[in-house]
Design a protein around this ligand. Structure first.
Ligand SMILES: NC(=O)c1ccc[n+]([C@@H]2O[C@H](COP(=O)([O-])OP(=O)(O)OC[C@H]3O[C@@H](n4cnc5c(N)ncnc54)[C@H](O)[C@@H]3O)[C@@H](O)[C@H]2O)c1
Length: 355
């Protein structure tokens, strides 16, 4: 099996490569990265030593793409993954468009030319922000949780958000690049007859993730807490009750492998995957976990709401479980433990990540 991983020096791409070498005998991994993410360079040597055929190239460049060897599958893990991407002015929105959507056109062309299957790492951010903001919630143990007595909107159960939840705009510029990529991927796959699988991932987290306040929140929070840096509860009355589920890319790798191995060509192509209710934590609960591990460090309060922020996001992976017998194995405490160990061993991680 030959797999091309775009963004192979990023957090998810590098973890997937590692997982495939462990799980798939004789796998050949080709990796491409332009190292634009601060910290990506730190994964270069590790990837090469592991056996990745690493190509320093940019997906935006058709000539860089033309130099790629043939592969059976492409996993697209190259993108600017921040929901706040494109808001900075000074060409930020154009850059987001070029990296996340324009470049994806080149990936699709590669799949067409090589007859390679495509696994698109989409995002929970394709879901409608007003619909997410209207989910009936209550406060439970310093975290927002679904209010089960209220009727729930389509696509939402007490287990979380599923594929049927609204994707109506606004969904953020980042979310829109992913939703547009999904549509283009399905259309290319149907027109040129190559398999396409789309996974709308919730928050992915783990040791070695590049964390900033805008993206990679679990890694950022643990690193910043450990070093007594400024951490803030933004919006939601400064409660820190905003909650997310988290899962590790190793668990995602198992789902992607199941998708690559199935011979099914019909039926559902889009899946929602994430940590689920058991792997959900609020910022206040994450702070309590860090307090216990590193000693107390209180976040500042900034009650002013931030654009695109939502109080609660938990993924319902029931369809992935039903169709691929998939479920996560790594509990959130193990994910946090890994991040904490890594943070202790890498005192400059926030600088590496340009946090
Ligand atoms: N991290 C999450 O919580 C999360 C959640 C849902 C979906 N995703 C998706 O998973 C994928 C990987 O996310 P991540 O957290 O590993 O991000 P990351 O920033 O750690 O990795 C992305 C990698 O892609 C590279 N890259 C970006 N633009 C490129 C281009 N034009 N050409 C070549 N390389 C390029 C970067 O240098 C970086 O190494 C993204 O598509 C993201 O949207 C991530």
């Amino acid at each position: 099996m030959r797999i091309l991983i775009t963004g192979v020096c990023g957090f998810v791409g590098s973890a997937l490569a590692e997982s495939f070498f462990e799980r798939v005998e004789g796998v050949h991994v080709v990796g491409m990265d332009n190292m634009i993410r601060p910290g990506a360079e730190t994964n270069r040597i590790r990837m090469e030593r592991m056996g990745v055929e690493l190509i320093h190239g940019d997906l935006r460049s058709a000539s860089d793409m033309a130099g790629l060897p043939a592969c059976d599958w492409v996993i697209d893990a190259a993108a600017n993954p921040s929901v706040l991407a494109g808001l900075s002015g000074a060409g930020g929105s154009r850059r987001l468009f070029e990296h996340n959507l324009g470049a994806f056109g080149n990936v699709l062309e590669y799949c067409r030319e090589q007859s390679a299957g495509l696994l698109l790492l989409s995002s929970s951010r394709v879901y409608s922000i007003p619909a997410l903001a209207s989910i009936p919630l209550r406060e439970l143990n310093h975290a927002f949780a679904i209010d089960p007595v209220t009727p729930l909107p389509p696509g939402l159960t007490v287990s979380g958000i599923g594929e049927g939840f609204s994707t109506a705009a606004p969904i953020s510029l980042y979310g829109a690049t992913k939703l547009a990529s999904e549509i283009m991927a399905l259309e290319y796959g149907a027109t040129f007859d190559f398999p396409v699988w789309i996974t709308r991932c919730g928050v992915l987290a783990g040791a070695g993730q590049f964390g900033t306040a805008a993206q990679g929140i679990f890694a950022f929070w643990v690193n910043a807490h450990l070093r007594r840096r400024n951490i803030r509860y933004i919006g939601f009355n400064g409660s820190g009750c905003q909650a997310r589920d988290a899962f590790h890319p190793r668990d995602l790798a198992a789902l992607l492998l199941a998708q690559m191995r199935t011979s099914r060509r019909e039926g559902q192509r889009i899946y929602t995957a994430g940590g689920g209710p058991a792997n959900t934590m609020s910022l206040a609960q994450l702070t309590a976990w860090c307090d216990q591990r590193f000693g107390p460090h209180a976040p500042a309060i900034d009650p002013e709401p931030r654009m695109f922020d939502i109080p609660w996001m938990v993924m319902d992976s029931a369809a992935a479980n039903r169709d691929f017998n998939w479920q996560i194995e790594m509990p959130v405490t193990a994910i946090l433990d890994g991040i904490a160990q890594h943070a202790t061993l890498h005192p400059d991680w926030l600088e590496v990540s340009h946090a």
